[in-house]
Ligand binder design. Structure first.
Ligand SMILES: [Zn+2]
Length: 139
């Protein structure tokens, strides 16, 4: 079977985000969790934003959330293609600090997006790039 080329840009893997992308490859969305105060820290940073501890562990989250806000892209950069698509800020249930992650939708008509909508994190295999990307789909 021929592997279809993937022509859209992909995130860059760097030493600081390596645990994150290794988790995504296993279909697990990992967020640094503070071992001192228990708070979740997204986007990742070398120290906890609540207590400044550097004792953080990449920890799996539940994998779902609600739409805080969104945008429907009808005409994006040509390399992204496949318009329209939705770009969503998803608020996660993990607490005490509110966690919001950014991602694109898949498997739905983005015109159906609405604030408060329940969504889950899904994983898209990209065989030609040996890469896995996360997306948001209706829960
Ligand atoms: Zn902390």
């Amino acid at each position: 079977m021929e592997i279809e080329p993937y022509l859209r840009p992909l995130p860059m893997k760097e030493p600081q985000n390596e645990p994150f992308w290794e988790g995504i490859a296993r279909h697990e969305f990992l967020v640094p969790k503070c071992n001192n105060c228990g708070d979740w820290n997204w986007v990742p940073y070398p120290a906890c934003r609540t207590c400044l501890s550097e004792d953080l562990t990449w920890t799996k989250i539940a994998g779902h959330g609600t739409v805080m806000t969104f945008s429907v892209v009808h005409r994006g950069p040509p390399t992204f293609g496949k318009e329209p698509y939705g770009t969503v800020l998803l608020e996660l249930p993990e607490r005490p600090r509110s966690l919001v992650i950014l991602g694109n939708t898949t498997g739905m008509n983005p015109e159906d997006l609405h604030i408060g909508m329940r969504m889950k994190i899904v994983y898209e295999e990209i065989p030609s790039e040996d890469f896995v990307m996360y997306r948001f789909a209706p829960a």
